[in-house]
Design a protein around this ligand. Structure first.
Ligand SMILES: Cc1cc2nc3c(=O)[nH]c(=O)nc-3n(C[C@H](O)[C@H](O)[C@H](O)COP(=O)(O)OP(=O)(O)OC[C@H]3O[C@@H](n4cnc5c(N)ncnc54)[C@H](O)[C@@H]3O)c2cc1C
Length: 410
């Protein structure tokens, strides 16, 4: 029988950070990741100051700084006159070591974390290994069944299983955890366009008629995300790629000369935007964190950092019980109690942004109800230092800062 102390299902940001922190504290931890590598095109890229500060505490700041990256210091939304972009969060103005968002391909961050964790003798990551169901004995989760990409199957038993397997988590099949879904007005299309000398840098937005788009600078190409009304994917595709690219060019004229680089709809991927959270993140022997516990909207690009902070809090609360070999319901409950308010508050802000800004813009209406109110809001946001700093601090560090267990710090 295979056995570990902590079985982590999923090697995304939450799973890899949790694996690293626990292994450094001497806990035997096995991460199961269904993919053969971390190289997935479809991931968020934003590493916020809270995660940068964590990497420094873990002694990884220098290695992280060597990764190819762009820095973003302001967050801008299309709230100005004629829908021009205005700064709603000036992270660069914060007085802290890390006053920028680092745009780093997620696979680079995950590879760094995995390399570092592999140095710990109590850590192992099994790639191409998918958890298929939970082992349950007398009401307690005691591990998982898994299958490997070469057709092998097995069972891994553990004192605690942590579901870090994202928004389609295995744990979501457990009705007792209760899933609450919130309406989202949009889906997103993702595609790439070449980046050229002289283009802007960092994170750039574009607004057209019923059209919102953002471009992430990835060095030699732009990772573009265009918001479309929820459920309109098939209808819009039927209208033709040329029509879409014409709308795109109207919103982002400086990229219009290379839209032909997208040759077919196959290169435009759909992200079904979801916003939900589990009512309960735990049951005996099981804890859910990251997107598995609360799927986030891409608004504010904050999902990775929330997942990382969940992992940091989980490691701090669980290191001692795991070392002692007995994790009670009280221990896992404490993690949810700590992290739920931040997740719920962030989702509430995302829902407000959906309702007040995104939905009206996609419907061709003015954000915040009417143009005059939108203008007043814009003036308030741009002229008040306080109103600008609060969202900036929230974006940078979240509602509460999480510190790793001292045993994991280097
Ligand atoms: C297209 C897109 C763009 C995004 N952009 C941003 C952004 O710019 N900034 C931001 O902060 N957030 C962004 N997000 C959200 C962000 O990626 C997530 O919030 C974050 O990755 C959540 O981390 P996680 O570790 O909880 O889950 P995930 O990153 O979803 O990781 C889950 C991992 O578990 C693995 N897995 C799943 N099921 C199993 C199983 N049964 N067995 C074993 N392994 C399994 C998956 O392969 C995956 O590696 C974006 C999301 C998407 C889809």
């Amino acid at each position: 029988m295979e056995r570990t102390t902590c079985c982590v299902v999923g090697g995304g940001p939450a799973g890899m950070v949790l694996g690293l922190l626990l292994a450094r504290a001497g806990v035997a931890v096995t991460v199961l990741e269904k993919h053969g590598d971390f190289l997935r095109d479809f991931r968020g890229d934003t590493v916020h100051p809270s995660t940068l500060a964590l990497l420094e505490e873990l002694g990884l700041a220098e290695r992280f700084a060597e990764l190819p990256q762009r820095r973003v210091t302001t967050v801008r939304l299309p709230l100005g006159r004629d829908r021009s972009l205005v700064t709603v969060g000036d992270i660069g103005a914060l007085r802290s070591t890390y006053n920028y968002i680092a745009m780093v391909p997620q696979w680079d961050l995950l590879n760094l974390l995995a390399d570092e964790a592999r140095r710990e003798p109590s850590f192992s990551v099994r790639m191409s290994t998918e958890a298929t169901s939970f082992l349950v004995e007398r009401g307690r989760v005691t591990g998982v069944r898994y299958r490997t990409s070469d057709g092998g199957t097995g069972e891994l038993r553990a004192t605690l299983t942590v579901a870090c397997d994202g928004r389609d988590s295995l744990a979501r099949s457990r009705p007792e955890l209760g899933l609450r879904r919130f309406d989202c007005p949009m889906d997103a299309w993702w595609f790439r366009l070449p980046r050229r000398e002289g283009d802007p840098q960092g994170l750039v937005g574009g607004v057209g008629d019923r059209f919102l788009t953002a471009m992430i600078d990835r060095g030699d190409y732009w990772q573009c995300a265009t918001l479309i009304p929820k459920g309109s994917d098939a209808r819009r595709r039927a209208a033709g790629l040329d029509r879409f690219m014409a709308d795109f060019t109207a919103a982002v004229p400086w990229l219009g000369d290379r839209t032909h680089a997208v040759r077919s709809w196959d290169e435009v991927k759909l992200l079904d935007v979801r916003l939900d959270r589990l009512h309960r993140w735990h049951r005996p022997g099981l804890l859910c964190i990251g997107d598995a516990a609360h799927a986030m909207s891409p608004v504010f690009g904050i999902g990775i950092n929330l997942a990382v902070e969940d992992a940091v809090a989980a490691a701090r609360y669980l290191v001692e019980p795991l070392r002692a070999g007995a994790v009670g319901l009280r221990d896992v409950r404490a993690v949810q109690r700590r992290r739920w308010p931040t997740a719920a508050l962030t989702q509430a802000l995302q829902r407000t942004a959906h309702a007040r800004v995104i939905e009206p813009l996609l419907a061709g209406r003015s954000p915040f109800g009417n143009p005059r109110r939108a203008q007043r809001m814009t003036e308030l946001i741009t002229t008040s230092r306080w109103l600008n700093r609060v969202p900036a601090y929230f974006l940078a560090y979240g509602a509460v800062r999480e510190r790793p267990p001292t045993a994991s710090v280097r």
